[in-house]
Structure formats: C-alpha cells, structure tokens
Design a binder for this molecule. Structure first.
Ligand code: GTP
Ligand code: MG
Length: 149
C-alpha cells in the first residue's frame, strides 16, 4: 500500500498549527499509521535532506529542522503521496494556492510549516528513516466502508 512521510516542521509546532494540519489529512480520508513529537538530531536532518546538500541554503535548512520539535507522521492510502503534496501546496508559500496548507498558513520558503514525501519510494525511505520498528500501527478504521466503495 502507498505510504507517505508527513512532518510538521518546528515553525508549525511553535505556531500551534499541529491540530489544524493533522485535521486536514484526517478529514481528507487518509489513514494515520504513525505519529510522534520528536527533537530531530542534526545527522538525521542531513540524511533526510541529503539530495539538497549541495544547495547554498542547506546549512540553514538543517538549522531550521533541528530548531525545535517536529511532528513525524506516516499516512497511507491509494494515491496518498501526490494527494498529500497537493494538500500541502508548492514549496514557496506565496505561490501556494489558497486552500492548501502552505497557501493558507505560511509566507516563506524557509518557514513552510510542513514536509511531504515526493514519491512513493521516498515515502517508504523516509518512514523507515524517522520511525523505529514497533512505532507504526496497522489498524482498520471503522469509517472504511464509507470512504471506499
Ligand atoms: P519538503 O516537503 O520539505 O521536502 O519541501 P519541497 O519538496 O516542497 O521542497 P524541496 O524538497 O525542494 O526543499 C526542501 C525544503 O528546503 C523546503 O520545503 C524548504 O523548507 C527548504 N528550501 C527549499 N528551497 C529553499 C530556498 O531557496 N531557500 C530556503 N531558505 N529554503 C529552501
Ligand atoms: Mg522535498
């Protein structure tokens, strides 16, 4: 089944947006399979964003992600990776559509409140990176027959 790693970044936690952001994925109908508040060590932030390590903003990005606790989440569902990216909106919040998380709740690329995996492969990779075995739950939501025909 398709899975994505969603993370509320330290600005989202500090600004009290945790409930609001979780609600958007919950109400959409995706299934939560992992959730924790976590202070990210520098090495993990570097590994998570390793594809960006040559970018000039990389040190600032690592400082940002490690500047306070983040909320780590695993969500599953058919098409969840691309759909979550749509719910989140484009990287620069000023260009993100109203109705998206970044479009509604943020103004700067360097403070864009939430992360979402960019492919199903990276969804699996990132969930394995951020969660230990035993931290993820397999369960059947009671609303399933009302979500899927
Ligand atoms: P993520 O979901 O966090 O991976 O964002 P994204 O997929 O929309 O963008 P990308 O993977 O290209 O960049 C990762 C993160 O690096 C962004 O979400 C920003 O927080 C940060 N970032 C990207 N580009 C810039 C930039 O030009 N300046 C700064 N300060 N940060 C940037
Ligand atoms: Mg990305």
């Amino acid at each position: 089944v398709e899975e994505t790693y969603i993370m509320i970044k330290p600005d989202g936690v500090q600004r009290g947006l945790v409930g609001e952001i979780i609600s958007r994925f919950e109400r959409k109908g995706f299934q939560l399979t992992g959730l924790k508040l976590f202070q990210c060590p520098k090495e993990l932030a570097q590994e998570h964003y390793k594809d960006l390590q040559s970018k000039p903003f990389f040190p600032k990005l690592v400082d940002y992600i490690t500047s306070g606790p983040v909320v780590c989440m695993a969500w599953e569902g058919v098409g969840v990776v691309a759909s979550a990216r749509k719910l989140i909106g484009v990287t620069n919040p000023l260009n993100a559509e109203p109705g998206t998380i970044r479009g509604d709740l943020a103004v700067q690329t360097g403070r864009n409140v939430v992360h979402g995996s960019d492919s199903p492969e990276n969804g699996k990779r990132e969930i394995a990176l951020w969660f230990k075995e035993g931290e993820l739950c397999e369960w059947t939501p009671v609303q399933e027959p009302w979500l899927k025909e």
